[in-house]
Design a protein around this ligand. Structure first.
Ligand SMILES: C[S@@+](CC[C@H](N)C(=O)[O-])C[C@H]1O[C@@H](n2cnc3c(N)ncnc32)[C@H](O)[C@@H]1O
Length: 261
């Protein structure tokens, strides 16, 4: 029953258990009699996986920060390094009534993971993609949150001045000709790619953040492992201070925080 490619095999076993409820023993002894429908499902799975389609899209589910999230090709599959953004913010001394903005919310994973563990603060998730907002809405509904709001906005255009205490963003940051894009062809290109060598959205958000953040506001960016110097310069040029860089689990510089004061 199992294909030769060991990676696809491992994921197929996961899929068989998740979707068809087949247990390990039956898989390895080949003793389970598949119906035609099940056989077709498996063929379709192997076909999709051979083309590099992400397992999380097939399962329509991913794990992020102690939780399950619905995902489909309308949104980026949340990455483990993004959990660090959430960890950092959830570790701050968040006071009741604070307002946090997740700019480019996609599946809603960052904003929802902050809202869920901080019921006394309000979190806004914005995205310009209506498709992405539909996915975020499914996740919001599944988590029964009443302190997470979704807004359709081109970056911070719809946000009132000086109203946000913490602005967090994992914006698109891959350069248009980056060869890694070849392996990401099923994820929404607009969630991945930014002009200006991947820096355009950092520049736009930083400029707008200056007006939208409260005077003691904090900006938290996830960026590419080789972009920390560029991001730092963008922040300094806009007058941000107290710039602090954090590494991910692979010891790559991944998160930069900055303050207005
Ligand atoms: C890298 S994805 C991050 C998704 C999610 N926050 C995560 O960490 O998995 C970037 C998100 O920014 C959104 N985005 C891109 N350009 C935007 C813009 N001009 N205004 C608002 N959102 C934008 C994309 O639709 C996408 O959902």
């Amino acid at each position: 029953m199992l294909p030769n490619d060991s990676d696809i095999s491992k994921e197929l076993i996961f899929f068989l258990k998740d979707r068809l409820g087949i247990n390990d023993t039956s898989i390895f002894l080949d003793e389970y009699n598949l119906s035609n429908k099940e056989e077709n499902l498996i063929k379709e799975f192997i076909d999709l996986k051979s083309q590099g389609f992400p397992l999380d899209y097939i399962l329509q589910n991913t794990s992020f920060y102690k939780d399950d999230f619905y995902v489909d090709p309308r949104v980026l599959v949340p990455r483990p390094e993004t959990e660090l953004l959430v960890d950092y913010i959830n570790g701050l001394n968040l006071k009741a009534g604070m307002k946090i903005l997740d700019a480019g919310t996609g599946s809603g994973c960052i904003g929802i993971s902050i809202a869920k563990y901080n019921p006394s603060i309000t979190v806004y998730g914005i995205d310009y993609s209506l498709d992405a907002l539909e996915v975020a809405q499914i996740n919001k509904k599944n988590k029964l949150l009443d302190n997470f709001y979704l807004i359709n906005s081109d970056w911070l255009n719809c946000i009132q001045e000086r109203t946000i205490n913490i602005l967090v963003s994992n914006p698109p940051y891959i350069a248009p000709l980056d060869p890694h894009l070849e392996n990401l062809k099923y994820e929404p290109i607009k969630a991945l790619v930014a002009d200006d060598n991947g820096l355009k959205d950092f520049k736009t958000i930083t400029k707008q953040a200056k007006n939208v953040l409260s005077p003691d506001g904090i900006l938290v960016f996830e960026h590419g492992y080789n972009q920390s110097m560029n991001v730092e310069n963008i922040l300094i040029e806009s007058g941000f201070k107290n710039i602090y860089l954090m590494k991910d689990h692979q010891s790559q510089p991944r998160i930069t925080t900055a303050r207005l004061a």
